[in-house]
Ligand binder design. Structure first.
Ligand code: MTE
Length: 337
């Protein structure tokens, strides 16, 4: 097992307090002055930088400078409104988790070194037509749309993102999955020469994730190739990432290089590091706490900070609850962590 280098949310509470708990305890969810008083090193640094951006102290425009996504995709009317305000681009794109580039929330500058030209995606395993396809050719082979969806991190913060992309089901026509395939395994890049966070070989790089075939075939399972009307920002996981809005954000793997149809349940990066806390299913549920903090509420990241109740499946129960019917007894709280 590879342990040692862990981000804040995988460290023992004695080492680092999760940022939302640090904030809660001090009872300051509004205002920069109070935030500057925080004494939690990792969280404080990220938080301070973040608020710097919020209050316009830093010019981040160069990190938002991506070409428009062309042709402009149609907005899917089913997902035109997430019931909450869309998070401003400069906030969303400067507060990210992308551990290949470091453990802070402010990896947006460092992530720009990720080379995405010539990117290919290999789709293989239990399929009739395995292939490695150039990213540009993949775009031409699928139906692209825009969706506005909620994004809830296991750390207790949330945003709303306007993603451009396509449902995973679009891959079926490209590779023709075999009937025995039960899971999809996703694998990101392994480039320690450019990604400083990967230079330590104590973590199980590359980042990997997995879902069941039934989850992958759900209309909400989305491969993201653009955001805010633009080609996908590097810090969001260019050129192609997953987004599963009913699950905690760590399931939404960035910068995908390989998608494998398999009959073996994949063990993800986080499951390998800390299975008790970051399991396979990781469905959002306010009633099942993370072993070290509550999931009952979330901090909505935005110009004005808000704390709101978290809702089961992040509000997407209508689309996904049937996937888990009857599984609760079998998996107990594992469905939720
Ligand atoms: N994918 C890769 N390759 N590396 C990562 O570190 N972090 C995950 C997920 N996908 C991560 C990743 C986590 S913990 C979260 S919350 C989301 O990406 C963050 O997505 P965002 O930066 O767009 O908010």
């Amino acid at each position: 097992m590879h342990f040692i280098r862990r981000p804040s949310w995988a460290l023992k509470e004695s080492a680092v307090t999760p940022e939302h708990l640090a904030l809660n305890r001090r009872g300051f969810l509004r205002g920069a002055a109070a935030l500057s008083a925080t004494a939690i090193p990792g969280a404080a640094a990220a938080q301070g930088n973040f608020l710097g951006k919020l209050f316009g102290q830093a010019d981040v425009s160069q990190y938002l400078d991506f070409p428009p996504f062309e042709p402009k995709p149609a907005l899917n009317p089913e997902y035109a409104d997430a019931g909450r305000e869309v998070t401003a681009e400069r906030i969303n794109a400067t507060y990210n988790n992308f551990y290949e580039f470091g453990t802070s929330k402010t990896i947006y500058a460092e992530a720009q070194v990720l080379p995405t030209d010539g990117w290919t995606v290999t789709i293989d395993g239990m399929v009739e037509e395995a292939k490695t396809i150039a990213f540009e050719d993949l775009l031409k082979a699928v139906q692209i749309e825009e969706r506005v969806v909620r994004h809830r991190c296991v750390e207790g913060w949330s945003m709303v993102a306007p993603w451009i992309g396509f449902p995973i089901t679009e891959l079926n026509k490209l590779v023709k999955p075999l009937s025995g395939a039960k899971y999809l395994r996703f694998e990101s890049f392994d480039k320690p020469e450019v990604a400083s966070g990967q230079r330590s070989r104590t973590s199980p790089w590359p980042y990997t994730e997995g879902v069941t075939i039934e989850e992958a075939q759900n209309e909400l399972s989305f491969l993201v190739v653009g955001a805010y009307g633009k080609v996908l920002h590097k810090q969001f996981g260019a050129p192609i990432r997953l987004h599963l809005p009913w699950k905690y954000g760590f399931k939404s793997i960035k910068s995908i290089e390989r998608i494998t149809f398999t009959d073996e349940r994949p063990v993800s990066y986080w499951e390998e590091l800390q299975a008790r806390e970051y399991g396979f299913w990781a469905n959002v549920n306010p009633e099942v706490a993370h072993p070290r903090w509550s999931q009952a509420t979330e901090r909505v990241i935005g110009e004005v900070e808000q704390r709101i109740p978290t809702v089961i499946y992040n509000g997407y129960g209508e689309q996904v609850a049937s996937l888990y019917a009857g599984l609760e007894a079998k998996y107990a709280d594992r469905l939720w962590r």
